[in-house]
Each structure stands twice: as C-alpha cells, then as structure tokens.
Design a protein around this ligand. Structure first.
Ligand code: ATP
Length: 243
C-alpha cells in the first residue's frame, strides 16, 4: 500500500543546532503510527516539520510527501487544506469561546462545504465525545484537562483530515482519561483517518499502533511493527519499565 505520508532524510535545525538528524518514516492509509522516545528526542520537532508549523528561526530540509505531493514548499495553511492536521501538546483552544464555537473554528478548511456539512460533522464529533455535546455552550476555558483534550481532538476532526498528528495526547491526564482518549483514537482508525502519534506513554502507544519508531537524540534508533517493538528487550528496558 502506498504511504499517505512519507518523510525522507528529514533534518531540522534551530539556529546552529541540529535537533533532527536525517530521519525517515512513513504512514500508510488507515494506520496508527507512533513515535516514542525520551524528552528532547525531537518528537515535537518532527511533527511540526511535517505540518509546516516550526517556530520561525527553525529550518527543515529533506523530503515530506503527503498523498504523493511535496509539502516542503507549502505553508501550514496549504498543508491543512490538503488534509493534514496537528493537535499540539498545548491543545491551543480558545478559552473564552464555547465548546461549539471552538469546533466551528476547526471546520474552517471545509468552510465552502456549508452549514449542513458543519452540522453533520458536529454530530459525528458529538457521537465520539458525548461529553462535548453536554458541554457545547460551556466556555472551553472551564473544561477539565480530559475534556480539553477531547475538544482539541474534536476540533481537529471538524476539518475531516486524512492525516491526524497528535502530540502527546495523554500528557497531564489521569490514567482513566488516558484510557478513554486512546480508545477514541483507536475508533478513529476505523473511520479511515491515518494517525501519527507521538507519546511518552510508550506502553499505551505501542498497544494501539500498527507501526512504531523509537526516536533518540534526533535519530531513529529502532522501528518496526508495534507489537514487535513491544517485545524488544531494549524497548522493554528503556521505555516500558516494570509497570
Ligand atoms: P518533549 O517530549 O520534551 O517535548 P521532544 O522529543 O518532543 O521532547 P523536541 O521538543 O522536538 O523534543 O526538542 C528537540 C530538541 O530541539 C531539544 O533539544 C529542544 O531543546 C530543541 N528545541 C525544541 N524547540 C526549540 C526551539 N523553538 N528553539 C530552540 N531549540 C528547540
């Protein structure tokens, strides 16, 4: 199967310091692919380079192809319009706007599809996250951490992306909520969206994923089917611990 996303020999530097040293990875349609690795390994940098959302002052080189098209010359907005979406670690919600208005903002790439399309998509998101329906009129700033993550995911889905990139969706959440979020991510795969997930929660990520990459200090140290990596002694020692 042809990959929906192909990253080849990606280098990213912040000023004089190179943070990502020529990594390659691929995501096939309908797959969940995770990138695990320690703090500072370059996971967020990789996602931002793919999305075109690196900080000013950072520079990416190498190949990023999405649906066969070279993304490197394209700005963030163009990549969104082609069907990529990134939910950043910071979630970036509008706290003084309602849940529904945040979702409405997420639908901007599909604005031309009209109100009917928006309502259909809103219904899909509410089915995935019934809690968001209950809180549709509540300000996003008053949501719990778990609800915020649901809203961030729901907002991304409003654009009906073909590739959803998630930066540490479990960060700062209680174990029960993490379970719920990962369950929904698993359900999303069934809707056909490809998912590139970066996680420090390696155990949960490997359980859910089809394929995984281990990123260490800007290099891919290991990769393979997620179930194989979950049984790799080095991965067990370093990332899965005893828990
Ligand atoms: P974490 O899980 O802690 O977010 P990560 O694997 O996502 O880690 P990155 O955030 O991509 O790692 O960081 C990779 C390296 O790049 C680190 O050394 C970090 O200090 C550096 N870095 C990240 N963002 C910037 C920036 N805006 N300016 C300069 N250096 C940066």
């Amino acid at each position: 199967m042809d990959a929906i996303l192909e990253v080849k020999d990606l280098h990213v530097r912040y000023g004089k310091v190179e943070a990502v040293h020529g990594i390659s990875l691929a995501v096939a349609p309908g797959q969940i692919v995770s990138v695990i690795g320690p703090n500072g390994a370059g996971k967020s940098t990789t996602l931002n380079a793919v999305m075109g959302s690196l900080d000013t002052g950072a520079a990416a080189a190498g190949g990023v192809r999405f649906l066969g098209e070279d993304m490197m010359p394209l700005p963030l907005e163009e990549r969104v319009l082609r069907g990529m979406c990134l939910v950043p670690e910071t979630r970036e919600l509008f706290g003084s706007m309602s849940v529904e208005d945040n979702l409405r903002l997420g639908a901007w790439p599909r604005k031309r599809a009209g109100e009917r399309h928006f309502m259909d998509q809103l219904e899909r998101v509410f089915q995935l996250f019934p809690r968001l329906r209950e809180r549709a009129r509540q300000d996003a700033g008053t949501l719990s951490g778990g609800e915020r993550q649901m809203l961030a995911l729901g907002r991304a889905l409003m654009a009906r992306p073909k590739l959803l990139m998630l930066d540490e969706p479990s960060l700062g959440l209680a174990p029960l909520i993490v379970k719920e979020i990962f369950h929904v991510i698993g359900e999303l795969r069934a809707t056909g969206v490809a998912i590139l997930l970066i996680e420090q929660n390696a155990r949960a990520a490997l359980q859910l994923s089809d394929h995984a990459y281990v990123l260490e200090t800007g290099n891919i140290a290991l990769h393979g089917p997620a179930q194989e990596l979950a049984h790799n002694p080095r991965v067990i020692d370093t990332y899965l611990g005893l828990g």
